[in-house]
Design a protein around this ligand. Structure first.
Ligand code: ZN
Length: 120
């Protein structure tokens, strides 16, 4: 499935459907290899998934953007849109899950207390 996110302009409300080719996502965000991404992109394009997503976006008045061709959007109203997936909460599920990983053993209260030292 083609990776497309919709970004509404915070100022004028124009919607942008932004296509993130896997080769781009994988190389930028390190979630896979570029070669693997290119293979998946080719499959998506061949299957018509990208075209279908684009037609769907344009049919509802969204502006279609391929982020690998156009990494930044400046809206017609002059506002710059941030297309960095890392800044948008719905994407890096995997990263978030990884960061919640537990760290070490929970110390049992008093477990590391040194035994009382006898006065010399
Ligand atoms: Zn705008």
């Amino acid at each position: 499935m083609a990776l497309v996110f919709t970004f509404p302009c915070g100022r004028c409300g124009q919607k942008y459907s932004v296509y993130y080719p896997k080769a781009f996502v994988y190389s930028v965000y390190g979630t896979g290899t570029r070669a693997q991404g290119e293979r998946e992109d080719a499959e998506e394009i061949a299957s018509g998934a990208v075209d279908a997503a684009r037609k769907r976006a344009e049919s509802v008045g969204n502006v279609w953007v391929d982020v690998s061709q156009q990494p930044k959007i400046t809206c017609t109203c002059g506002k710059n849109l941030d297309l960095n997936l890392a800044n948008h909460p719905r994407v890096p599920e995997r990263k978030r899950a990884a960061s919640v990983r537990q760290t070490g053993v929970i110390a049992f209260p008093g477990a590391h207390k040194k035994p009382p030292v006898a006065p010399s």
